[in-house]
Write a protein that binds this ligand. Structure first.
Ligand SMILES: Cc1cc2nc3c(=O)[nH]c(=O)nc-3n(C[C@H](O)[C@H](O)[C@H](O)COP(=O)(O)O)c2cc1C
Length: 323
């Protein structure tokens, strides 16, 4: 399939694997890129810029196809040395960066001077327009359904995507809640030029996470995610478990008086325990509503092929029957 996104990133299929903390290692990024999509290494999962340089080198050993690095911009007080991470990306010859979190504005000159294509992930039309204005090449429009941080506007993709299409001049991919070919076709119909998936890619053979995590996704339904940390204006969609229930109880008890200190042990340092050790009750971890559509653990190649075959069947057969 040829879209503005496949052209921009020089990939076969308009399918991106979004950066995911303690999931987006070289193994997954390479598997997605080898399957014809765009795999992305999660920059900050690597504890130092040197570690990121090694991870990029490992990924290059596993694929000749384009792949990217995610840089998530955290609030100022906990900022890692971003210029050094960017240097590791540039020196590693990576030409695609997915930015997320805060605006990448301060780092755009460094990225663009190095000839890097930047796709910024954001959760609203106004942030997408800002990304366009500061020179991002594309945006990933992340709807309310998404795993991770959906922002505070709560606009689902059925509205958010056509609104983005009304306003944006740069290409965008639909992100959040997507896991199959029907949804790829829907995203294209709503004005996107491709899709970005997080949660769906965790339940794949190559995702380097504990089997318990993959099994939990297959078992979960669309009713099993919850939003936490809204009182902190840092809303996150996570899979319901006992620690998440405790966070929600704390939120209803303390309301806006709640601070990060109140829930720190339930949200900080959780990812290695869940993703690597398979401790499913270690704390809160991001998961999207698309869990309800995850029924198997295919290879990345099978997943991408299934999505593309389903999309092509809909476009070529189902739609033709309506015409
Ligand atoms: C376990 C997990 C960890 C994530 N970590 C990050 C991250 O570190 N940085 C980031 O920009 N997005 C992160 N995301 C968001 C994804 O890149 C993607 O935008 C989101 O998962 C899309 O929604 P979906 O899960 O419904 O496909 C994470 C998502 C999940 C499920």
């Amino acid at each position: 399939m040829k879209t503005k996104i496949t052209e921009l990133f020089n990939i076969e299929h308009p399918i991106i694997q979004g950066g995911m903390h303690y999931v987006g290692f070289a193994e997954l990024a390479a598997a997605v890129s080898n399957a014809g999509g765009l795999g992305i290494i999660t920059g900050l999962t690597q504890k130092t810029p040197e570690d990121l340089a090694n991870e990029i080198a490992r990924c290059k050993d596993m694929t000749d196809k384009p792949f990217g690095v995610n840089l998530t911009f955290l609030p100022g007080f906990m900022a890692p040395p971003y210029p050094e991470y960017i240097k590791a990306i540039v020196d590693g010859g990576v030409k695609i960066v997915e930015t997320a979190g805060r605006s990448p504005e301060a780092y755009m000159p460094a990225l663009k001077d190095a000839g890097i294509t930047v796709i910024h992930k954001c959760t609203s039309v106004r942030h997408s327009l800002k990304a366009e204005k500061i020179g991002c090449d594309a945006v990933s429009v992340d709807g309310f359904e998404c795993g991770g941080h959906p922002g505070e506007d709560d606009i689902p993709n059925m509205i958010l995507l056509p609104r983005a299409a009304e306003e944006l001049s740069i290409p965008f991919v639909a992100s959040g809640g997507i896991g199959n070919g029907k949804q790829l076709v829907a995203a294209l119909a709503l004005g996107a030029d491709g899709i970005n998936m997080g949660t769906r890619f965790i339940a794949t053979k190559e995702a380097p996470v504990h089997q318990n995590v993959k099994d939990a996704l297959v078992k979960a339904s669309e009713l099993d995610t919850r939003l936490i940390m809204r009182p902190l204006r840092n809303t996150e969609r996570v899979l319901l478990n006992e620690p998440v229930q405790r966070i929600m109880d704390m939120e209803s008890g303390k309301g806006d008086a709640m601070t990060i200190e109140d829930i720190k042990e339930l949200v900080a340092g959780v990812y290695p325990k869940v993703m690597i050790d398979g401790e499913m009750e270690a704390g809160a971890w991001s998961c999207g509503m698309v869990a309800g559509l995850i029924h198997d653990i295919p290879s990345c190649q099978q997943l991408v092929d299934n999505i593309m075959n389903e999309a092509s069947e809909i476009i070529n057969n189902r739609f033709k029957a309506f015409a």
